[in-house]
Design a binder for this molecule. Structure first.
Ligand code: MG
Length: 373
């Protein structure tokens, strides 16, 4: 029996994690749930799972939590993940706010199943060093990285030549470029293949999501930036490909359903049948691939640039993007302002070595800088 604590249980990945646990009552048990501020959904989930341990980053002042073991604020979550009965911590909170609880879980030697890629973009070196030092296991929930992780098992890490992440291209893959200024929030939230939270859906439309994933892959798999490539694959069936030095390429294929990578991380290295819908290639028919157009997807270029510069530049890329996406969702800026604001923050930033202190400072600086506009 693996005992699972879910950070971000009220979000899309959190809800799908609970669905996976429900399908595997003999193997998985929820022992704690936490979220940012949606206490209504959180308390309903806790009642359903029979869980007393809950966490809230931003509890509403009127909320009285008498019957529960409640952990409040980011510090509260850091203590919560270290509880003795926790085996696996699912990190699915939105954004770099998940960094400190992730580090706390790794420091306690827990298995961390990571969905929040922003954590590795904001402070990848610190996170990977902590995982190694504390003998903690870090497993990806991101579908491309789960696919790459599985494909990697066909060879040795030092035999990897190239790692290819696929991208659907989002809703604007064929939209005329001269109409990008007019993109509405509703249009950007219409993802063709995946049903996800608002932030990652916008990131998929700008393709910043893939840029963050390139940086995530660099840290997770210890590969050089030049080894990580992105291919547009509108069907979202092939999630990642690993090319080995002999030229053999191993791909991971499945329907676009996050429950599979979640289940893989929760049960790793076990595989069991949980009756998820199966891939039938004869029904898909065609799998196509193309190189992404840098003019259409400037955010992907910005992410590569930030990764090339290194240090705290990826931290700034991520923080600036988080603020810009929120402003777009609040209809305060245009879709095309997102890459402009990120680029402006990157230009204004002098990168420092990627220590935790520097990363936290750069993150705060970039948020304040972009909020100014
Ligand atoms: Mg992904």
């Amino acid at each position: 029996m693996r005992r699972v604590l879910v950070l971000g249980s009220t979000g899309s990945i959190g809800k799908q994690t609970l669905d996976v646990v429900r399908r595997l009552p003999a193997r998985l048990q929820v022992v704690g749930l936490a979220t940012y501020r949606d206490h209504k959904t959180l308390l309903a989930q806790a009642a359903e799972c029979g869980v007393r341990t809950i966490g809230l980053i931003e509890p509403s002042p009127s909320l009285a939590l008498t019957a529960q073991d409640a952990y409040l604020g980011v510090e509260g979550l850091c203590a919560m993940v270290q509880r003795a009965e926790v085996d696996v911590v699912v990190v699915a909170l939105g954004g770099a706010v998940a960094l400190m609880p992730t580090l706390a879980a790794l420091q306690a030697g827990k298995i961390v199943a990571l969905a929040t890629k922003e954590v590795l973009v904001a402070a990848g070196e610190v996170v990977m060093q902590t995982a190694r030092r504390c003998h903690a296991t870090l497993l990806p929930i991101d579908s491309e990285h789960s696919g790459a992780f599985q494909a990697m098992l066909a060879g040795k890490p030092e035999q990897v030549a190239r790692l290819i992440l696929t991208a659907s291209g989002g809703p604007f893959r064929t939209r005329p470029l001269d109409t990008f200024d007019a993109i509405t929030v509703e249009e950007a939230l219409q993802h063709p293949n995946w049903h996800m939270g608002a932030k990652i859906t916008i990131d998929s439309a700008t393709m910043m999501n893939k840029g963050l994933e390139v940086i995530e892959a660099q840290h997770l798999f210890g590969v050089r930036l030049e080894q990580v490539e992105v291919l547009l694959h509108p069907q979202s069936i092939v999630h990642a490909l690993v090319e080995f030095v002999d030229g053999s390429t191993i791909a991971q294929l499945s329907l676009p359903d996050m429950r599979l990578p979640i289940q893989y991380a929760l049960l790793y290295p076990e595989r069991v049948d949980t009756q998820l819908p199966r891939l039938r290639l004869e029904q898909i028919g065609q799998l196509t691939f193309e190189t992404p157009d840098p003019v259409r997807y400037p955010c992907l270029e910005l992410a590569y640039a930030a990764a090339r510069i290194g240090g705290t530049m990826p931290t700034v890329l991520n923080a600036a993007n988080e603020v810009a996406v929120r402003a777009f969702l609040q209809r305060r800026i245009r879709f095309t302002d997102i890459p402009r604001l990120v680029e402006r923050a990157m230009r204004a930033h002098t990168p420092a070595p990627a220590t935790l202190e520097n990363a936290l400072q750069a993150d705060a600086w970039a948020r304040a800088f972009v909020s100014e506009f």
